[in-house]
Design a protein around this ligand. Structure first.
Ligand code: FAD
Ligand code: NA0
Length: 461
C-alpha cells in the first residue's frame, strides 16, 4: 500500500479513442510485467468512445453539459477501415471474419471497445465527470484538476504529475453569420446538431462548407431522399462529379427570407440550412497559458512531436491534429506519451524542441494537395513509431491506401464505399458488403454482420 502513494499520478481528460489509447498503452506495459503509474481518466459522458458513442441529444446533455457528439445516424466510415486498424488488435481478431472496408458507426464503435472490454480499462474511468478547471503549481510541479461529479452534483479536486488532454476537437461548432439568416424561416443548424437525414426528406437543402461534413451530410441527405442538395464553398469546391440533385455554388452573400444569394449572382429558395463550417479547438477547462490555440491543421504549433505542450511537456495533448490517420495515430501518440511519462523516453530541451516543431511547421506550410497531406501525416507517424514500441505497421502501404481512397472518391462519390482494401496488419482482404452502399439504408451492426447465405441455408433445412 505504501508503494502506491509514491506512484506518479496521471490524469486523462476524455475517454474517446485518444484517451482510451492512453489507457491501453499503459495496460500494454503492465502486460509486460512492468509497474504502471496511477491512472485516472475523466469522461463527462456516461460511456466511453467519444464521438463514436452516438447521442440523440442536441444542445446540452442530461446534466446540462454541452453535448459532445457530432456523429449522426447512417454514418459510415469515410475512409477504409484498413487505414485506421489498431496494429495490436486487428479487425480479424475482433470480428473473426473478413468484413467490408467501410463499416457503419456502430460496427466501428464495437471494434474500438473490443480490446479494452477484455481488460480493466473501465476501472480507470470516472464517467459523468467533467474536468472543470486545471492549474499548475510551478513549485510542486503538479497539476490540480477541479472536477464535477455530475451525477451527485459535487465539485472536488485532484492532483496529478502529468495531464493528458484527450477531449477531442470536433465538438464545438464554428458558426459563421450571414446577413439576413436571422429571418430564414426553416431550420438553421450546425453539422454538430445534424442527427440524420430523416427530417430533411423531400426538402431543398443548403449546406455551407466544402469539407468532410458538407460532403458526407450532402451525400447522406441525397441518399435518404432530400429533394435537392446545394453545397456552398468559401475557398474551393469539393469538385467531384456530383449526381443530378447535388451541386456546388460559391459562397452565400446573404439571405432574404428563404432565399439565398450567392457570389456568382445565383439566387435560390431553400427549406433548411446546415452549416458544415467546421469546429473550434475549445478547452474551457484550461487557463490561457496551458491552452492549445490552433486552427484545424495537420501540425498544430506549440506541440513537440504533435503531443507535448512545449512550454510544459508534462501537459500532453492527444489527437489534436486534423486527421487522415485516426485510431492508429492516437495509439502511436499514446505509446510515445506513455514512455515519456514513465521516464523511458528522454526529450530534448525547450529550444531544441522548438527547432523540431518549426521543421514540421515549415513542411506543413508547403503542403498543397491531398497526396501531400497524406505523405506528411505518414512521415509524422513514422517519426513517432521510430521512438516507441507500438507494434510497427507498414505506414507507406497505408499512405498508398489513403491515396487510392482519394482517387476512388474523385471517381465516384456515391460508390467509393463499395471498394475493398487489404489489411497491413493481417494481410486479410476485406469482404464485399452484401448490399451496395447506395442501397443500404440500415446502418445497424446486426444488419451489417448478417450473412444472407447462412440465412438461406437455414431456411432450406
Ligand atoms: P473524441 O472522440 O471527440 O473524444 C473526446 C472525449 O472527451 C469525449 O468522450 C468527450 O465527452 C470527452 N470530454 C470532452 N471534454 C471533457 C471534459 N471537460 N471533461 C471530461 N470529458 C471531456 N474518424 C475516422 O477515423 N473515421 C470516420 O469515419 C470519422 N467520422 C467522423 C465523423 C464526424 C461527424 C466527426 C466529427 C468526426 C469523425 N471522425 C472519424 C474523427 C473522430 O473525431 C475520431 O475518429 C475520434 O473520435 C477522435 O478521438 P478523440 O478521443 O481524440 O476525441
Ligand atoms: P468538417 O468538414 O466538419 O470535418 C471535421 C469547412 O468549413 C471548410 O470547407 C471551410 O472552408 C468551411 N468554413 C469555415 N468557416 C467558413 C465560413 N465562415 N464560411 C464558409 N465556409 C466556412 O470540418 P473541416 O475543418 O474539415 O472543414 C471546415 C472532421 O469531421 C473531419 O476530420 C472529418 O474526418 C470528420 N467527419 C467525418 C465524416 C465521416 O466519416 C463526416 C463528417 C465529418 P475553407 O474556406 O476554410 O476551405 C462520414
Amino acid at each position: 500500500k505504501k508503494k502506491l502513494t509514491k506512484k506518479k499520478r496521471i490524469g486523462i481528460i476524455g475517454a474517446g479513442p485518444s484517451g482510451l489509447a492512453q489507457i491501453r498503452a499503459f495496460e500494454a506495459l503492465q502486460n509486460q510485467g512492468e509497474d504502471i503509474p496511477e491512472i485516472v481518466c475523466f469522461e463527462k459522458q456516461s460511456n466511453w468512445g467519444g464521438m463514436w458513442n452516438y447521442s440523440w441529444r442536441t444542445g446540452v446533455g442530461k446534466y446540462g453539459e454541452p453535448t459532445h457528439g457530432s456523429m449522426y445516424k447512417y454514418l459510415w466510415s469515410n475512409g477504409p477501415k484498413e487505414c485506421l486498424e489498431f496494429s495490436d488488435y486487428s479487425f480479424d481478431e475482433h470480428f473473426k471474419k473478413p468484413i467490408s472496408s467501410y463499416p457503419p458507426r456502430p460496427v466501428l464503435f464495437d471494434y474500438i471497445q473490443g480490446r479494452i472490454k477484455k481488460s480493466k480499462a473501465r476501472d480507470y474511468i470516472r464517467f459523468d465527470t467533467t474536468a472543470r478547471w486545471v492549474s499548475f503549481d510551478e513549485k510542486a510541479k503538479k497539476f490540480t484538476v477541479i472536477l464535477d461529479d455530475l451525477k451527485i452534483d459535487k465539485t472536488y479536486s485532484e492532483e496529478f504529475d502529468y495531464l493528458v488532454v484527450a477531449s477531442g476537437h470536433f465538438s464545438t461548432p464554428n458558426m459563421p453569420y450571414f446577413k439576413g439568416i436571422e429571418n430564414f424561416p426553416g431550420a438553421v443548424i450546425h453539422a454538430h446538431d445534424f442527427k440524420g437525414a430523416d427530417q430533411f426528406k423531400d426538402q431543398n437543402l443548403l449546406l455551407i462548407g466544402s469539407s468532410y461534413s458538407a460532403e458526407d451530410i450532402g451525400v447522406q441527405c441525397y441518399k435518404h431522399g432530400a429533394n435537392s442538395v446545394t453545397l456552398s464553398y468559401r475557398s474551393n469546391p469539393i469538385g467531384v462529379e456530383w449526381p443530378e440533385g447535388i451541386k456546388e455554388l460559391p459562397l452565400v452573400t446573404h439571405f432574404e427570407d428563404d432565399k439565398a444569394f450567392f457570389k456568382n449572382g445565383t439566387t435560390e429558395r431553400f427549406d433548411a440550412v446546415i452549416m458544415c463550417t467546421g469546429y473550434q479547438h475549445k478547452f474551457p477547462f484550461l487557463p490561457d497559458e496551458l491552452r492549445l490555440k490552433t486552427k484545424n491543421n495537420l501540425y498544430p504549433d506549440h506541440l513537440y512531436k504533435g503531443i507535448f505542450f512545449n512550454k510544459l511537456p508534462q501537459l500532453i495533448y492527444l489527437g489534436m491534429q486534423d486527421q487522415y490517420y485516426t485510431f492508429n495515430m492516437f495509439d502511436t501518440q499514446a505509446w510515445v506519451a506513455r514512455d515519456y511519462m514513465i521516464g523511458r523516453l528522454q526529450i530534448p530541451e525547450e529550444a531544441e524542441r522548438k527547432l523540431d516543431i518549426d521543421k514540421w511547421l515549415e513542411a506543413n506550410d508547403k503542403l498543397e494537395t491531398g497526396f501531400d497531406d497524406v505523405d506528411f501525416q505518414s512521415e509524422y507517424i513514422k517519426d513517432l513509431l521510430s521512438i516507441s514500441d507500438y507494434p510497427h505497421f507498414n505506414v507507406d502501404e497505408v499512405g498508398e491506401m489513403f491515396k487510392s481512397w482519394l482517387k476512388d472518391k474523385e471517381e465516384d462519390i456515391l460508390t467509393y464505399r463499395d471498394k475493398t482494401y487489404q489489411s497491413v496488419v493481417t494481410g486479410t482482404m476485406a469482404a464485399e458488403h452484401h448490399t451496395e452502399w447506395m442501397d443500404e439504408l440500415d446502418d445497424s451492426k446486426e444488419r451489417y454482420l448478417y450473412e444472407p447465405e447462412e440465412e438461406d441455408i437455414l431456411s432450406e433445412t
